[in-house]
Write a protein that binds this ligand. Sequence first.
Ligand code: SF4
Length: 129
Amino acid sequence: MSLEESLKSSVVLISPSDIEESVKKIEEEIKSHEQIDIDFQKKIQEELDKLWSTLSWLKIAESQGVWKTKTCRHAIDGVCEAWNISDPGKLGIPQEVISVNQDGTKRVVIAKFYQICITCPLYEPRRSQ
Ligand code: SF4
């Protein structure tokens, strides 16, 4: 399996708010089942609390990504001009956030897909003129 093939299955595109919604539903579901004994409910709640804690980290990452889309010098009109993504699908980047230039380069519309900025090593703050 090539590196690109192995990357594909490890990329999951869900937002913290999607997870948050799912966790809330699970909590409501558990509470509605009165036949589940209290100890078991406590155990499940502990696991859910761990998920809430992970979610708070994801939200921080999300806010960092959004902030970087607005402050990076490579962000031009909501598009990242630093990366040329040859095969977005293999990296888990949705096709609808790709903008293809006349020269064939594929740029990511970061205004729609801030996730790529979160851990980007090419980030450089925009200099004030
Ligand atoms: S942080 Fe990275 S992905 Fe985001 S605009 Fe800058 S160079 Fe592009």
